[in-house]
Design a protein around this ligand. Structure first.
Ligand code: SF4
Length: 452
């Protein structure tokens, strides 16, 4: 909960010296409460006052990064319970558990299977980004060697072992890769905190219930280890979801600091469909990290697709870069299509054109990510913007003709567009699914007529 002016006034010196630029400490407190001033402006503010204000300014859920600085995965720092209230910022990280019990070759193959789980979806590469490496033998050297192989492949890691010694040996060997260490418990928290502190790694904390978890995070944070990820210990969809929701509510609504960390969940269902449903529920509410026992490619695709949708800001449409794009290998006689920079529109046009085995030039107009008819209605896809886009795209230097195909829905613009652009405007199909048929009939006629 943000501090009120009165809360802040209580920790100020109350001398009303005026050196902060306002006549009284209360006036200064009011400025601080509305973020119009910084505490450093008062030369007499105590360390306590500074700590109080810093604590109040800290995000309700801490931002935690896993992995090396140049390729880290960032989780936490969410600010709302429901996406429609604002947005969700940091997508749930997904990890696949791999036990260290096979041969080096088997392990490497397992790592590479996870690494291959990446998909190009609406212009974004979405992937499974972490492996949860599980110590099942208690052998520090074997575990550390497996961690080295994974990081050598560029894989981010969660290191899982009940033994601080085993985790410490692996963390020391791959220190720059900043794995998440799992997990501090009531039995080992001091030693685990020391391993995390020494190796500057984030630390997962597991309680047997929410009360124990809160007590543990308080104790560990008091040791100065604050990059924490929390696990309530609940397993199974209903209890885990209940705890995840409780943790998020308490962190956001009550500013309950012991739960002010990203939370994690484990998928425990046996059936593969149930595994997807369980993981999906955790992605929706409110896991920052989900660990799956196993993951097939079809399961991974389902989860990363859901995650991409949940963590896409609904107020910011996914966009592609405006300008000239190519489909296939177009040449000087290839058609020139015009569309908007709304990602789904762009990729639909691209896919439908490719399905007709046609190479084409695509002039993409910046409509702030709006689709054809929405942008037309908002006057962002009009004769002026399209003519300007055609001119600036440089497509005139790429083709020997001067014919541009516009979506059928904006046929009414074609006259004015011809005037402004100097191009012959061909009204294409209303839906891009009609492009293959359009190319076989209308475009062929135009080409033949031009040749005769
Ligand atoms: S400088 Fe500090 S002590 Fe002086 S009036 Fe401002 S807040 Fe109060």
């Amino acid at each position: 909960m943000p501090l009120t002016a009165l809360d802040i006034y209580k920790v100020l010196p109350k001398t009303n010296c005026g050196e902060c630029g306002v006549p009284t400490c209360l006036a200064f407190a009011m400025q601080l409460a509305t973020k119009k001033a910084a505490i450093d402006t008062c030369p007499y503010a105590s360390d306590d006052a500074k700590a109080t204000l810093a604590g109040a300014a800290a995000p309700p859920i801490r931002l935690v990064s896993i992995g090396p600085v140049e390729k880290c995965i960032v989780i936490g720092k969410e600010t709302v319970l429901f996406r429609h209230e604002e947005t969700f910022y940091h997508p749930t990280a997904i990890a696949v558990r791999i036990p260290v019990d096979g041969s080096p070759d088997e392990l490497r193959a397992a790592f590479e299977r996870v690494q291959a789980m990446q998909f190009d979806r609406v212009g974004q590469i979405v992937s499974i980004e972490l492996v949860a490496l599980a110590d099942v033998t208690g052998d520090p050297d074997r575990f550390a060697s497996a961690a080295e192989v994974a990081t050598g492949l560029g894989i981010g890691l969660v290191l899982m072992s009940p033994s601080p010694e085993v985790l410490g040996a692996a963390a020391a060997r791959i220190r720059p890769h900043r794995p998440l260490l799992y997990a501090a418990t009531t039995e080992n928290w001091e030693a685990m905190a020391e391993v995390a502190r020494t190796n500057a790694c984030p630390l997962a904390v597991r309680g047997r219930d929410l009360d124990e978890l809160a007590e543990l995070t308080r104790q560990i944070a008091a040791l100065g280890v604050t990059d924490l990820v929390i696990d309530s210990g609940a397993r199974g969809l209903a209890p885990a979801l209940q705890d995840l929701t409780q943790i998020r509510r308490l962190a956001l609504r009550k500013q309950f600091r012991p739960f002010g960390y990203p939370a994690m969940a484990f998928v425990v269902a046996d059936d593969q469909i149930d595994q997807v449903m369980e993981a999906s529920a955790y992605i929706c509410k409110y896991a920052a990290l989900v660990v799956a026992e196993t993951l097939e490619t079809w399961q991974a695709l389902t989860l990363v697709t859901l995650r991409q949708n949940i963590y896409t800001d609904p107020q910011v449409p996914i966009q592609v870069e405006a300008g000239l794009h190519t489909i296939g290998s177009p040449d000087e006689s290839s058609p020139v299509f015009v569309t908007t920079n709304f990602s789904l529109t762009y990729f639909t046009v691209e896919a439908d054109t490719e399905s007709g085995r046609t190479s084409a030039w695509l002039v993409v107009v910046n409509t702030d990510g709006q689709s054809v008819m929405t942008a037309w209605a908002a006057d962002k896809f009009n004769a002026e913007t399209i003519a300007k886009a055609i001119a600036e795209s440089g497509v005139a230097d790429k083709v020997s003709h001067r014919r541009a195909v516009v979506p059928g829905g904006i046929a009414a613009l074609s006259g004015k567009l011809e005037e402004l652009s100097g191009w012959e405007i061909i009204v294409g199909p209303r839906e891009s699914a009609g492009i293959p048929a359009f190319m076989r009939t209308r475009w062929q006629e135009l080409t033949a007529a031009a040749a005769s």
